[in-house]
Design a protein around this ligand. Structure first.
Ligand code: SAM
Ligand code: SF4
Length: 314
């Protein structure tokens, strides 16, 4: 499946819910998302059908995201259905890790290949403040459970927040010493609630290289610049949507939990997929991929989408 700029689209981010048990300050308001009728959201059956159609269109990698995918009822059934698809090479999930401890083994058995676990601070009190309701210890136990379940190369997503967690960069890098983790520092994107954050919160990933100058470059891995500390097991990735636009290499489309295809995270364009089946569904997915814009316009201030990250699926 190609877009009009000759990019081959292989990667689907499938949001399985808008809901979340956390209220991260940069992602949601304290009140969370307005509750919508159950029927407004894609069922597990619809999610599986859309995933299958995307794979027939040439998608080889699906990431399950949200909201928090582990609060979605029926998630294991969805994983099993997607895993059974011929042509799907990789099935991954992004999770806040809070509920991972009790389901890591089930996720592995059902067919998740790899996990991204979001972790923005290693300080228990800062964690409580940032997530507004989470406990760091839950996530750390979740990570241990993921290791014990045999998940390889778990990625830790750390959003850089100037004046909040930039003093912890070296501590995050230290996590890669004995663990096969890839700690990925992500630049904060101005969308949803964080679009009005003060300027100092938006930190360039250069701050990571300044804090730990011993990091040695390993080249690129998808949209991440990869580094390693000499002698360490794991790696460090920098994801720079703000300081270095990687749109030219973008191979993703996204589908929201209410069934809209988003050709680009930051564009307003959306195509409805609900109610479509078979060839009609495939054609709509191909059409969505074909209208992917050349690039985002974050440098002009904020995202063009009215949706927040938990609605689109990060
Ligand atoms: N709830 C899951 C989690 O937190 O991992 C999955 C959904 S969350 C929206 C996916 C990722 O998006 C998280 O790693 C989160 O930190 C990141 N994210 C949310 N808002 C962001 C923003 N404005 N800029 C950059 N990353 C953001
Ligand atoms: Fe929930 Fe993830 Fe958003 Fe935090 S970043 S509120 S965990 S969806």
């Amino acid at each position: 499946m190609q877009d009009s700029y000759h990019r081959t689209i292989r990667y689907l981010r499938l949001s399985v819910t808008e809901l979340c048990n956390y209220r991260c300050q940069y992602c949601m308001t304290e009140d969370g998302v307005p509750k919508r009728a159950h029927g407004d959201m894609l069922s597990i059956e619809e999610l599986a059908e859309i995933g299958a159609a995307a794979v027939r269109c040439g998608v080889t990698k699906i990431r399950l995201t949200g909201g928090e995918p582990l609060v979605r009822r029926g998630i294991l059934t969805l994983i099993e259905r997607l895993r059974a698809l011929d042509g799907l090479r990789e099935l991954t999930m992004t999770t806040n890790g809070s509920l991972l401890e009790n389901v890591a083994i089930d996720l592995k058995k059902a067919g998740v290949d790899r996990l991204n676990v979001s972790l923005d601070t290693l300080s228990p009190s800062r964690f409580r403040e940032l997530s507004r309701r989470g406990e760091l210890a839950d996530v750390l136990r979740g990570l241990e459970a993921a290791n014990a379940a045999g998940f390889p190369h778990t990625k830790l997503n750390t959003v850089l927040l100037g004046g909040v967690n930039d003093g912890e960069i070296a501590d995050f890098v230290a996590l890669t010493k004995d663990n096969d983790y890839s700690v990925r520092f992500i630049e904060l994107m101005p969308m949803g609630v964080c679009a009005s954050f003060p300027k100092e919160r938006f930190l360039s990933a250069d701050a990571v290289l300044a804090a730990v100058p011993e990091l040695t470059p390993l080249g690129n891995d998808g949209v991440a610049e990869l580094y390693r500390m000499p002698g360490y097991r794991g790696t460090v990735g920098l994801i720079r949507p703000m300081s270095r636009c990687f749109c030219a290499d973008c191979d993703r489309i996204r589908i929201t939990a209410d069934g809209m295809l988003k050709p680009c995270l930051h564009a307003a364009a959306e195509l409805p997929l609900r109610g479509l089946h078979g060839v009609d569904l495939e054609n709509a997915i191909r059409k969505g991929a074909s209208i992917k814009p050349a690039r985002h316009h974050l440098s002009s201030g904020s995202s063009d989408t009215a949706r927040s990250m938990n609605e689109i699926g990060g």
